[in-house]
Write a protein of this length. Structure first.
Length: 200
């Protein structure tokens, strides 16, 4: 299990204490030692000692079966917000200016300029979207993760606002918006920012 997690590098792991092989509490403790992955423990036992040990050992949340689907999804989203925030903060702490492709993004001034000095006007949502993508470069972000990051609300399946906003941003920063080289659509998963990012 740990080998699989190390190779796949998931954003979140949902563990059952009663799974075969290594005990879930021990696995959670070792995972927390090795990474900042989100950890939710789900168990059929209502043992409060296990709950305390699990949370103190590094789990983000602990749920007792049966688990209502919407409750589980809410916990997953909450943990993902923590993971994304932690990852972005660790990668960009004390760094307010980033260069990628032919662009320079200033997080403090909320400015996007070309390397030749031309300023590109971005709406507030476009700036937040670009900042989210850049801070999570080379990570696949779901529409739900993006929506929560830029608006604070959950994405719903028939909501096209993320896709529309992504299209507008591509028109402003991609050389060929119809064949983007930086903001890639990952079918069935979301979007991935693939440009090389340099902080200064």
């Amino acid at each position: 299990m740990r080998r699989c997690i190390k190779v796949q590098q998931p954003d979140i792991v949902i563990l059952d204490l009663q799974m075969p092989g290594e005990h879930g509490l021990e696995l959670a403790r070792k995972l927390r030692q090795d990474s900042d992955v989100g950890i939710i423990i789900v168990t059929g036992t209502g043992d409060k000692v296990d709950e305390i040990v699990g949370l103190e050992g590094g789990a983000d949340d602990y749920l007792t079966k049966p688990v209502e689907e919407r409750a589980l999804l809410a916990r997953v989203r909450s943990v993902l917000r923590r993971v994304m925030s932690s990852t972005a903060s660790s990668d960009t702490s004390d760094k307010s200016v980033v260069k990628f492709s032919d662009w320079i993004l200033d997080f403090t001034a909320h400015e996007l300029k070309s390397t030749t000095g031309e300023e590109i006007i971005l709406t507030s949502f476009e700036f937040q979207l670009l900042a989210t993508l850049v801070k999570n470069a080379n990570r696949v972000l779901s529409r739900d993760q993006i929506m929560v990051s830029i608006t604070g609300r959950d994405w719903v399946s028939n909501d096209r606002s993320v896709d529309v906003l992504m299209g507008k941003l591509r028109k402003k920063i991609e050389r060929d918006p119809h064949n983007p080289s930086m903001i890639k659509t990952i079918r069935g998963a979301g979007y991935k920012f693939t440009a090389r990012v340099e902080y200064s």
